[in-house]
Design a protein around this ligand. Structure first.
Ligand SMILES: Cc1cc2nc3c(=O)[nH]c(=O)nc-3n(C[C@H](O)[C@H](O)[C@H](O)COP(=O)(O)O)c2cc1C
Length: 325
């Protein structure tokens, strides 16, 4: 399938694997890229720029296809060494960067001078237009359904994607709630040039996470996610578990007085315990409503091939048949 996104990133299929903390290691990024999509290493999961450089080298040894790095700009006071991370990306010869979080404007000249294409993840048309105005090459439009941080506007993709199509000149991919060939065709119909998936890629053979995480996603339905940290205006969609219930009870009890320190046990430093040790109640972890559409743990190649087969069948048979009659 040829779209503006496949052309931009030099990939075979218009499918991107979104950055995911403690999931987006070289193994997953390489598997997605080898299967014809765009795999992304999650930059900040690597504690230092040197470790990121090492992860990029590991990924390069596993694939000769294009892959990228996600760089999440956190709203924290003590900022990670972003110049160091960007240097590691440039020196590692990476040609695609997914930025997320705060505005990446400051880093755009460095990235563009190195010939890197930048796709910024946004949860609103307003932020997507801003990304376009600062020179981002594409955006990933993340609807309210998404796992992780859906922003504070709560606009689902059935509205957000056509709104993005009305407003943007740069190409965009649909993100949030994407799982299969139906998602891809729907995303294209709504104006996107491809799709980005997070949660779906965790439930694959190559995702380097504990088996318990994959089983939890397969077991979950679309009713099993919750929004946490809303009072802090840092809303995150997570899978419901004991830690989620504890956190929500604190939010209800403290109301507007809630501070980050009150919920630190549920959120800080929990990802390695969950993703690597499989301690599923250790804290809250991002998961999309799309869990309701995930019923198996295929290899990444099986998943991507299946998506493309399904998409072709929908377009060439179901939709073409309807259009003819
Ligand atoms: C476990 C997990 C961790 C994530 N970590 C990050 C992250 O570190 N940076 C980021 O930009 N997005 C992160 N995301 C968001 C994904 O990149 C993607 O935008 C989102 O999962 C799309 O929604 P979906 O899960 O419905 O496919 C994370 C998502 C999940 C499920």
């Amino acid at each position: 399938m040829k779209t503006k996104i496949t052309e931009m990133f030099g990939i075979e299929h218009p499918i991107i694997q979104g950055g995911m903390h403690f999931v987006g290691f070289a193994e997953l990024a390489a598997a997605v890229s080898n299967a014809g999509g765009l795999g992304l290493i999650t930059g900040l999961t690597q504690r230092t720029p040197e470790l990121l450089a090492n992860e990029i080298a590991r990924c390069r040894a596993m694939t000769d296809k294009p892959f990228g790095v996600n760089l999440t700009f956190l709203p924290t006071v003590s900022s990670p060494d972003y110049p160091g991370y960007i240097r590691a990306i440039i020196d590692g010869g990476v040609k695609a960067v997914e930025t997320a979080g705060n505005n990446p404007q400051k880093w755009m000249p460095m990235l563009h001078e190195a010939g890197i294409k930048v796709i910024h993840k946004c949860t609103s048309v307003r932020h997507a237009l801003k990304a376009e105005s600062i020179g981002c090459d594409a955006v990933s439009v993340d609807g309210f359904e998404c796992g992780g941080h859906p922003g504070e506007d709560d606009v689902p993709n059935f509205i957000l994607l056509p709104r993005a199509a009305e407003s943007l000149k740069i190409p965009f991919v649909a993100s949030g709630g994407m799982a299969d060939g139906r998602s891809l065709v729907a995303a294209l119909a709504l104006g996107a040039e491809g799709m980005n998936m997070g949660t779906r890629f965790i439930a694959t053979k190559e995702a380097p996470v504990h088996e318990n995480v994959k089983l939890a996603i397969v077991a979950a339905t679309e009713l099993d996610t919750r929004l946490v940290m809303r009072p802090l205006r840092n809303t995150e969609r997570v899978l419901r578990n004991a830690a989620t219930d504890r956190l929500l009870a604190k939010e209800a009890a403290l109301g507007a007085n809630l501070k980050f320190e009150d919920i630190i046990d549920e959120v800080a430093g929990v990802y390695p315990r969950i993703m690597q040790k499989g301690e599923m109640e250790a804290g809250v972890w991002s998961c999309g409503m799309v869990a309701g559409l995930i019923h198996d743990v295929p290899s990444v190649k099986e998943l991507i091939d299946r998506i493309m087969r399904e998409a072709d069948t929908i377009i060439l048979q179901r939709l073409a048949g309807m259009a003819k009659s």
